[in-house]
Design a protein around this ligand. Structure first.
Ligand code: KG4
Ligand code: ZN
Length: 353
């Protein structure tokens, strides 16, 4: 039988199956990860191999090194995920892989690995958008969460406010017009002498700082729900450089706290504006920056005061992992989405197609 037709029939059969287990892979940046997810909500196993220590030597992700490290790790993380689940490949119903956005070489490694596995195991392969994966981390951490809701997605490469209309159905409300929030954190951290990835280190340093030390601009781009972090970042870098030129020692903790406050205030303001305008009662956050303590605490306080439901993934599910990809894949499977054998990596894949 034609391979594509066979996969199509298998995927259709899964749509009425009571228990569907998906083996997912994520390799869009500097984490090689595999996970097995049941019915989009239950994590059976999850393995993450982080390359952070390797890239920290260079102060940021080196794409060529990332691709090679993914090649080395992808078989291992899949074997480990199966082992931790106590399963064989024959116990799995479908495969899933991130095919964009991300680094092209890194994505290609995962895509080719899973296409090969799909062909030899005769398991259907479901293509997943990385940002949709981040949003789906909330399905895993909040078993009773249902659409619709507003989601603030803040990662190293993206800052979006989206309306999650239904499973695998989004409307983009706003986005950054320049730098992503995580990127701004990483650049600010670098000037404070912190290594990659700077976001969590800056946040830790900020704990001991005075957040009113430096007043930073809160830019308001034209779009009602859009962000801009480039002006804020430049003002921060200039303030630091001026102090250095005058031979002053940088009050690093105070600077970190002031920067973090400016970014978090902006994110909260826009996310709540979108929530209020939508008339919905649930706000979710997702992506690496959603692990930020100040952001989580500030939104939790606001939700209590203003009476909306606030959902956030557990900390380990905020940054890149394959569990979120397996969750997103389940809902794509229910819509009958299947990868063709020509599936390719798409480095700048848009979320709303
Ligand atoms: O979602 P993610 O793991 O990868 C991308 O898809 O980009 O996000 C990584 C980003 C990095 O910029 C990192 O500095 C930032 O998330 N990040 C944080 C925190 N943890 C990770 N930023 C601020 N505070 C944190 N605690
Ligand atoms: Zn990510």
């Amino acid at each position: 039988m034609n391979t594509q037709l066979e996969m199509q029939q298998k995927l259709e059969a899964l749509q009425s199956k009571a228990s569907v287990r998906i083996l997912a892979m994520e390799s869009s940046c500097d984490e090689t990860a595999a996970a097995i997810i049941e019915n989009g909500r239950k994590i059976v196993s999850s393995v993450i191999f982080s390359q952070v220590d390797t890239h920290a030597l260079y102060g940021g992700v080196v794409p060529e090194i990332a691709s090679r490290a993914h090649v080395d790790a992808c078989d291992r993380v899949i074997d480990q995920a199966l082992k931790e689940a106590g399963m064989a490949l024959s116990d799995v119903d479908a495969l899933a892989v991130t095919y964009g956005p991300g680094l092209v070489g890194a994505l290609l490694t995962g895509v080719n690995c899973m296409k090969g596995l799909s062909y030899t195991s005769r398991l259907p392969l479901i293509p997943v958008h990385h940002i949709e994966g981040h949003v789906s981390a909330n399905w895993l951490s909040h078993p009773d969460l249902e659409p619709p809701f507003i989601c603030l997605v803040v990662s190293g490469g993206h800052s979006h406010i989206i309306r999650v209309n239904d499973y695998a159905d989004y409307t983009l409300l706003g986005q950054t017009v320049d730098d992503a929030a995580g990127e701004a954190f990483d650049k600010a951290a670098r000037v404070l002498g912190l290594n990659y990835p700077g976001g969590p280190l800056l946040s830790k340093l900020a704990l001991e700082g005075n957040d009113t030390y430096l007043t930073l601009p809160r830019p308001h781009p034209d779009g009602r729900y859009d962000f801009s972090f480039s002006g804020l970042k430049t003002a921060f870098l200039n303030a630091c450089h001026k102090m250095t030129q005058k031979g002053e020692e940088l009050p690093r903790a105070d600077l970190a706290a002031s920067f973090e406050k400016a970014v978090v205030d902006t994110l909260c303001e826009k996310a709540i504006l979108a929530l209020r305008d939508s008339g919905l009662d649930t706000l979710c956050i997702a992506g690496g920056v959603s692990a930020n303590r100040r952001l989580r605490d500030q939104l939790t306080r606001l939700s209590r005061k203003q009476g909306f439901r606030m959902c956030m993934p557990e900390l380990w599910l905020c940054t890149d992992n394959a569990a979120m990809i397996g969750s997103a894949a389940y809902y794509r499977m229910r819509k009958g989405e299947l990868a063709a054998l020509e599936l390719n990596a798409v480095p700048s894949l848009p979320l709303c197609r």
